[in-house]
Design a protein around this ligand. Sequence first.
Ligand code: ACO
Length: 328
Amino acid sequence: MTQSAIYSRVVGTGSYLPARRVTNQQLADELATRGIETSDEWIVARTGIQARHFAAPDQTSSDMAVEAAKRALDMAGLSADQIDLIMVATSTPDFVFPSTACLVQNKLGITNGCAAFDIQAVCSGFAYAMATADNFIRSGAYRNVLVIGAETFSRILDFNDRTTCVLFGDGAGAVVLQASSEPGILSSALHADGSHSNILCVPGNVSGGAVQGEAFLYMDGQAVFKLAVKVLEKVAHEALEKAGLEASAIDWLIPHQANLRIMTSTARKLGAEAKMVVTVDQHGNTSAASIPLALDVAVRDGRIKAGQNVMIEGVGGGFTWGAVLFRM
Ligand code: ACO
């Protein structure tokens, strides 16, 4: 007897941004009080960023993840207890352990004992999490999976380093993936090259009761830029090839929202510039949260419609990169 294929379908999306919105001018004014010079013009010209949101001092990645998850569950028409697996992609977890996913499970009031774990692939984290969830669903192991990207990058920014502190923001996005006989996720491709671990990192750890090394983000911006542009086009084509589709089949391209110049360069090569969802202007780079945040914005404003093909692609510290192609 032949078994019909199982696919993973996005049945709900949700997102959350902390209340405090900081424009480039507000950030520049704040940095000026420390003697650090930057400007709205510089930030917009180099990155496309106009504003970002910062979490309140007592607000954590799990707090924001829960808000995004509630909205995704609501759209999916599911109660939290129907979830079989929670995955949180984050590089800014609440604690060393337990995982942010376990905290989210508890805060959502889930008592069904569902599996929960974090994924650490920095800005590629959401692509990694979607691909992982897809494999769990297609294997028949789980039916309803909550996939979340949540970050409080403001906590690891050195506000004395103007080359990085203007780039990042906080927020969370979530999707509910559900087993279905209809596609669904069509393909995915994930990669990493640990030999570039030093160009984008927070090279610190907790040991002996104190932080050892550096607890702030370090980035060699130009090295990241060059690598990102190179790998993103390649991985997008790999995912298309696996699905047996041409680039023209992409209805919406949702790149990791790091920098408008990187995003546009990749989109242009794919002939998908007009199909690109852009939120980096208003959110800044929210790392693993950026793709689900952008996805939710474009689903809720009616741009992304049922039956359309969406390509998400991310690149981040590690170095890691990946793409996932799915039909809504
Ligand atoms: N305001 C004003 N001037 C600045 C600022 C700032 N915030 N930051 C740097 N500068 C100055 C530099 O000091 C330098 O001055 P100098 O010429 O007098 O030495 C000048 O601007 C140019 O600096 P560059 O580093 O050469 O600027 P570049 O054009 O490379 O832009 C940027 C920097 C925006 C970081 C760029 O390299 C970039 O986008 N890289 C990719 C970053 C990225 O996408 N990271 C995230 C991907 S992975 C992840 O999301 C974690």
